[in-house]
Every structure is written in structure tokens, then in C-alpha cells.
Design a protein around this ligand. Structure first.
Ligand code: 7TS
Length: 410
């Protein structure tokens, strides 16, 4: 499929916004959904909606099979060893909180250290901050290099004999930085620490292989990878998940329940209390099939090219500051920037009037905004359906906004 054929698979992109064809550049917040995903959801609700794992009627069995087939697809997609290692959650945030409330709360103790970075999204910061307070552990930070990358020498220096747990984003949702996860995993394991990876911004943009990365946990959201909202994944190595206690107790996750004692199902269901997110998982499965038709390497090449063109054009405009590494090979498909004398919210409003959707604000990264010494930024983020014309529209929209605000202040 070429980019036009890909774009044609997304009904939402056919519309005009404020009299202009929609240019959707807020993919880091959520991606749009291809027809196959929308159809899979509709077919499920129209023809085999049922509560899986309960009862033995035909619809229930069909729903159970589809739910478990989606798990198999996720396993293959991230190259996990077993389906037991794939837990369905509501999204990245829920996955990370599960690790905090189960693994960290159970296995870390007073004075142990949890190591993260200042580029983390709030969802990969607050769960550790809060659980650390509860158990008396210490939260420590790997310092960032001036260009917004992580130097492995600084990782080595930050890991101490007390470091028991490290959590780090694969791709920063603000700086775009692709972090050296494989190398960090090696350093973590040398010290006997466990490595958790926030893959919210990487799974549908780069090839992600959990066995190659050798991370212990990996968290991501369905809605950022062409799937529906309300579904996400926590991958964990089986030997670690097996010793972790459940966090959500109730229906579906039990084996035997007595008045005073209960036992749990085996993996992965031990962590999936309540009626499963069936529609979400089925939609995610369809999204994975769709992404698989294009292939992670082709997606990466396409987004890298768009980023490279956008970086070149934006950096040639006076008055624009771009954050994060300058080399497109070191970054994912997003560009965060500021325009002199134009607040990012004003910029986003002007661009919206041109049909261009970007994000403005702190992007759920307040500590990183402090590190960058800004209160907010603008961000354009790409996906497989974006074109070089979209980049051209963005650049001319920004120039228009700059001219508008310049005139407003003279
Ligand atoms: N981690 C990273 C790196 C993210 O970018 C996000 C969402 C999350 C975690 C949380 O994902 P959720 O699906 O559980 O909400 N990032 C963004 C963003 O950059 N703009 O809107 C949401």
C-alpha cells in the first residue's frame, strides 16, 4: 500500500475542518482508526457480543475465541515468548500502575531505589513517586543530556547497589528521543534490577521485540496504535508475573473462592479481574493485522522521512525553537517546538482554523517542561497516513500564524 492507499483506509481523514481538508498531526495523543478496526468492532457488537469465559453458549465461545486470538496477535506483534505474558489492561497508564501496585509494592522495600528520567510522561512518573512514598523507597533520576538524549555513562552512574527497579520511556512523547533500551536493560540486569519500558509512543512506530530488548515489563495503549480506546497491554516476563500478586480482585480472575480464602487463575487471567475488554481486544487485534500488512520497518522509514523533512523546514524559519535531538535517526515521528512571541495554544488555534490538528500544552510532562524551561510547547506528531503535503501545510500554517501575530503586535 502506498501512502494514499493507506490514507484511504481512514474514514475520518476524508472530512474538512473549518473549510480545509483535515491534516491530523496529533497522533502521539491518539491515532485515527482504519475501516478494518471499525468494522471488527461493529461485527463483534452486531453478531457475537457475549461475556467471554462464562457459560457455554455459542456466542460466549465465539467471543472467548476472538478475545484469546487477539492476545495471540499481541504476543506475535511484540515477539513475546508466550501468551501468558500478555495481560490486557485499559492502557499504558493502567499497565504501569499495575506494575507499581503489584511488583514494586510487593518486592521493593525501604531505602531501595527506583530509577527513572525527567523525560517521563506523568503516567510513568506518578505511579513510582506514589508507591515509593508508601514503601519508603527513594525515587532517583537519570540526568538528561542537553540535547534531550540519555547518555549511557549517566545511566551507569545513576544505578547504585540499591537500585531495584528502573522505568523508562522507549520514545519520549515530547523530545521524540528514542532511548537505548537494550543497553539500559543490560546495565539494569547487571545490578539485579528489573526494567520496565513505557512503549506508548513506540509500538506502532518502530519494530518492538521484547526478547531482543530484554525488558522485564513493557506497557502500551491500543488507541495510539490504530486500535480502540479502553484497551492496552502489559507484557511481563512469565517468571516475574508468576510471583506477583493480583491488584484487582473480583470476577473472572479467581480459581476457588471460599468465605475466608481464595485462589487465583493462572496467567494471564490472574490480572484480568471483571468482565474482559472484549471489543477493545478484538479491535486491537484488527489494528495489529492492519499494521502488519504495512510492516514496522516501512512505517518507521516513512515517519523518519516526514520528521526529517519537517525538521529541515521548521529549523530554517527564524524564531522557531525545536526541542530534542536534531538527528531524525535518534527520534520518533514527532516534533515539539515553540514559536517566539506566540503561545502554543494560540498557534494551535490558528492552525485549527486551517484544518490542522496539533497539540499544545505540557503534554503530561510537567517536570520535563521545567527541564526545558518553558511552560508549554506545540507538538506535531506523524503517523503512517501522513504525507509530505501535510508537512507543507503545517509549515505554511505556522508561517501564517507568525505573520498574524507579528501584525497584531506592531
Ligand atoms: N506514556 C507516554 C510516553 C505517553 O505518551 C502517554 C500518552 C502515556 C504514557 C499514557 O497513555 P494512556 O493511553 O494511558 O493515556 N501521551 C499523550 C500525549 O502525548 N498526548 O496525549 C496523550
Amino acid at each position: 500500500m502506498n501512502v494514499t492507499e493507506i490514507k484511504n483506509q481512514f474514514p475520518i481523514l476524508e472530512q474538512s475542518i473549518n473549510g480545509h481538508p483535515l491534516v491530523y498531526l496529533d497522533n502521539a495523543a491518539t491515532s485515527q482508526k482504519p475501516k478494518v478496526v471499525i468494522d471488527a468492532l461493529e461485527t463483534y457488537y452486531r453478531s457475537y457480543n457475549a461475556n467471554p469465559h462464562r457459560g457455554v453458549h455459542t456466542l460466549g465461545m465465539k467471543a472467548t475465541d476472538a478475545y484469546e486470538e487477539a492476545r495471540e496477535k499481541v504476543k506475535t506483534f511484540i515477539h513475546a515468548k508466550e501468551v501468558a505474558e500478555i495481560i490486557f489492561t485499559r492502557g499504558t497508564t493502567t499497565s504501569l500502575n499495575l506494575v507499581a501496585q503489584s511488583y514494586v509494592r510487593e518486592f521493593l522495600h525501604e531505602d531501595d531505589e527506583i530509577l527513572i528520567t525527567e523525560m517521563e510522561h506523568h503516567s510513568n512518573l506518578i505511579p513510582w513517586q506514589q508507591v515509593a512514598k508508601k514503601i519508603g523507597a527513594k525515587l532517583t533520576y537519570i540526568p538528561l543530556s542537553p540535547d534531550g538524549t540519555i547518555d549511557l555513562e549517566n545511566v551507569k552512574k545513576s544505578i547504585t547497589a540499591k537500585t531495584k527497579f528502573i522505568s523508562i520511556t522507549h520514545v519520549s512523547n515530547v523530545l521524540g528521543t528514542i532511548n537505548p533500551i537494550k543497553e539500559i536493560a543490560e546495565l539494569a540486569h547487571k545490578q539485579g534490577a528489573v526494567l520496565c519500558v513505557d512503549a506508548a509512543q513506540s509500538v506502532s512506530h518502530l519494530p518492538v521485540d521484547v526478547q531482543d530488548l530484554n525488558c522485564d515489563f513493557l506497557a502500551f495503549s491500543g488507541h495510539k496504535m490504530m486500535g480502540p480506546t479502553g484497551i492496552g497491554v502489559l507484557y511481563g516476563k512469565k517468571e516475574i508475573l508468576e510471583k506477583m500478586p493480583p491488584v484487582e480482585y473480583g470476577g473472572e480472575m479467581i480459581d476457588f473462592v471460599g468465605l475466608y480464602e481464595s485462589t487465583w487463575k493462572e496467567l494471564p487471567w490472574k490480572f484480568e479481574g471483571g468482565t474482559p475488554i472484549v471489543a477493545g481486544a478484538i479491535g486491537l487485534g484488527a489494528a495489529i493485522d492492519f499494521l502488519g500488512q504495512i510492516g514496522p520497518e516501512a512505517i518507521r522509514l516513512h515517519e523518519e522521512k516526514l520528521t526529517s523533512v519537517a525538521l529541515e523546514q521548521l529549523s530554517s524559519i527564524d524564531g522557531i525553537s525545536i526541542y530534542g535531538p536534531t538527528n531524525p535517526k535518534q527520534r520518533g515521528g514527532l516534533i515539539t517546538f515553540n514559536v517566539d512571541h506566540v503561545h502554543p495554544h494560540d498557534l494551535a488555534t490558528v492552525l485549527d482554523s486551517e484544518g490542522i490538528a496539533i497539540r499544545a500544552g505540557h503534554h503530561c510532562c510537567q517536570p520535563l517542561m521545567k527541564w526545558l524551561q518553558v511552560s508549554a510547547t506545540a507538538r506535531a506528531s506523524f503517523s503512517l497516513y501522513n504525507t509530505e503535503e501535510d508537512v507543507t501545510s503545517l509549515v505554511s500554517g505556522i508561517k501564517k500564524a507568525m505573520a498574524f501575530f507579528e501584525d497584531a503586535f506592531v
